[in-house]
Design a protein around this ligand. Structure first.
Ligand code: BTN
Length: 262
């Protein structure tokens, strides 16, 4: 916390060596009324969760497994923007701390050369049709070797360590996870301030700068339905605008949707 320089994010930090899921613990804290910006960190998660009901591999000591409780002063329509903003904060922190240029695959997968290095799981609690709190769960593969990923995800996953070695001939051991965490929390505070000030448009423009999805052909899967089209834009609410081959334009919210580049 020392020298973090933030007013809200990370004023309270709970650290665990092992926990089921930092998102679960953050939710318990939030239900008990913890402060806006409370952070939960764990070395190892036994039941790390990903989007779309998937599990998230959270090996001990290899990653940054972190959840942040937010109590934003915005309506439901801006929840998606907060998720996009979190992705932007992570990309900016990678750049500042390690000089790495990462991309964002809509809505919020952070990728390096097309492989996923970070995932974000946003969970929401509503009360009387208003946001009670949000849990922003951020998982970053930090120092995994390629062989340490489960075989079935090896061709799609990477770590900061693998990328640094390959691209810059650098060893990840020269960086501390705590430096990256601090940078993320401080970038997060900046985007969070913007959202609370009603500047969602700025976030969307910033997100677009790092997008690897726009202009690409994508496959959208939603329940039983599947279709392809070109990802054209992201609107002010963070919806992806996809134009199908027959000219139909669809607006897609992240919820249950999986997007694959072709
Ligand atoms: C995704 O599917 O891309 C989202 C992955 C989110 C993983 C993080 S790790 C910290 C937090 N706790 C969890 O159980 N999940 C999130």
């Amino acid at each position: 916390k020392e020298g973090l320089g933030t007013r809200i994010i990370g004023q309270n930090i709970h650290c665990f060596s092992e926990i089921d899921s930092t998102n679960n613990y953050a939710k318990t804290l939030a239900q008990k009324g913890c402060d806006d910006g409370t952070v939960v960190l764990a070395e190892h998660q036994t039941q790390g969760r990903g989007r779309l009901g998937r599990s998230w591999d959270s090996m001990g000591g290899k990653g940054i497994w972190m959840s942040i409780v937010l109590r934003p002063a915005v309506g439901l329509e801006d929840v998606q923007i907060i998720t996009l903003a979190a992705a932007v904060a992570v990309v900016l922190a990678f750049k500042k701390v390690m000089g790495i240029d990462a991309g964002i695959k809509w809505p919020n997968d952070i990728v390096l050369d097309g492989k996923k290095v970070c995932g974000i799981l946003t969970e929401m609690s509503m009360e009387m049709e208003r946001i009670n709190f949000l849990i922003l769960g951020i998982g970053i593969n930090f120092s995994h070797e390629e062989s340490e990923f489960p075989e079935e995800i090896r061709d799609r996953a990477t770590s900061l360590g693998i990328y640094l070695k390959e691209k810059k001939g650098m060893d990840i051991s020269r960086f501390k996870r705590s430096h990256l965490i601090r940078a993320i929390l401080s970038e997060l505070e900046e985007v969070y301030d913007m959202i609370n000030e009603g500047k969602a448009g700025v976030i969307v423009e910033e997100w677009k700068k790092y997008s690897v999805t726009l202009g690409k052909e994508v496959v959208i899967k939603y329940r039983e339905e599947q279709y392809t089209g070109i990802a054209q834009d992201v609107d002010q609410s963070g919806r992806l605008i996809v134009k199908q081959d027959d000219g139909t334009v669809r607006e897609i919210l992240s919820g249950e949707v999986s997007v694959r580049g072709l």
